[in-house]
Design a protein around this ligand. Structure first.
Ligand code: ADP
Ligand code: MG
Length: 319
């Protein structure tokens, strides 16, 4: 295939049929006016949609493979935060031009990630315009369980998976603000480009956690969302934040600030009864760190007992 422009029909035919897991719940996928998906008995549908725009969510000229993994990874992370089992997704793609090389790289990376997380592409839309990728994910929740932001209880411990601040640190590296050893940069960049939705942990948490959210806006902002939704104060112990060796090495001064305020880590932040903690830690293969506690009625987030000095609202598009 040459790198001349392809028609919409050719794009869909060449790149988006048979994308992702093949043995799924879908009965009819691409090619008709809409997809048909079988809903497993006793399941509830859980869905979420996310858009990434060139120049807003990723730098112009970003490798299409990375755009695909960030878009699908962050969308699936929302299902992880609800405790849902992902099933399938749709893709709305807006392209300034239809170059086969770009599309091939984008679609093969999307395919690889969709197979990894057992989701199937069942439909979408293809239009011309500024580069924008919208992914809607669908998954299943049991009839009687879900992880919501409003379910924290007074006395719960506040727990986070993995490490915090790496993706924000990667962005600083990409902007050329910092030099450092390549192996540390690689760790940080991987965390930014290929977020790993914590799906297995999310499903496990259905039996352990009270409130849960994924960290997309930054720890302080997302802890604030739990506090507000649950009408309870939340206190964070700064010294407990899990910082990766790469972050500590590359950002000895700003590491803590990145972990508190930077977004895009896609770790799960949840609250639970302290008495269940040991059993959860045995059942999960991810590092889980207790970083604070849920207090009495209120809506504020404190750090070491003091009102968070740089209370981040997270990234707001219309500020
Ligand atoms: P319609 O005009 O009926 O909306 P389209 O011509 O937009 O249909 O799309 C034709 C088929 O290709 C549909 O099944 C649609 O879901 C699928 N499709 C279009 N674009 C994409 C895409 N980017 N990814 C996946 N499926 C797509
Ligand atoms: Mg139609």
């Amino acid at each position: 295939m040459t790198d001349s422009e392809m028609s919409e029909f050719r794009i869909i035919q060449s790149f988006f049929y048979d994308l992702g897991a093949s043995e799924g719940d879908a009965e009819l996928t691409l090619g008709d006016d809409a997809a048909i998906v079988k809903v497993p008995k006793g399941a509830r549908l859980c869905c979420s949609i996310d858009t990434v725009v060139e120049g807003v969510h990723f730098l112009p000229g970003t490798d299409p493979r990375h755009i695909a993994t960030r878009a699908l990874g962050s969308a699936l992370s929302d299902l992880a935060a609800m405790g849902a089992q992902p099933s399938h997704f749709t893709l709305a793609l807006t392209l300034p031009e239809s170059k086969s090389q770009w599309l091939r790289a984008f679609a093969s990376s999307l395919h690889e990630m969709a197979c990894k997380y057992a989701v199937q592409l069942v439909g979408g839309d293809t239009t011309r315009g500024p580069l924008t990728v919208t992914i809607q994910v669908h998954g299943w929740l049991p009839r009687d369980k879900a992880l919501q932001r409003d379910a924290a209880r007074s006395g719960d411990v506040l727990v986070v998976s993995g490490h915090l601040g790496d993706a924000g640190a990667a962005l600083r590296c990409l902007k050329g603000e910092i030099e450092g050893p390549q192996h540390h940069r690689d760790v940080l960049l991987r965390r930014f480009y290929s977020p790993e939705p914590r799906l297995a942990l999310g499903r496990l948490l259905l039996d352990y956690a009270n409130a849960c959210i994924d960290i997309s806006d930054g720890l302080l902002a997302d802890a604030g969302h739990i506090a507000k939704a649950s009408s309870l104060n939340v206190n964070i112990n700064a010294s407990r934040l899990p910082l990766s060796p790469a972050l500590q090495h590359m950002f000895p001064e700003d590491g803590l600030d990145l972990a508190m305020n930077a977004g895009d880590d896609y770790e799960l932040l949840f609250t639970m009864a302290e008495s269940k903690l040991e059993a959860l830690q045995r059942a999960s293969d991810l590092p889980l760190s207790v970083i604070g506690r849920v207090g009495c009625a209120g809506q504020s987030v404190t750090v070491d007992g003091a009102e968070a000095s740089r209370m981040s609202k997270g990234y707001q598009h219309f500020d």
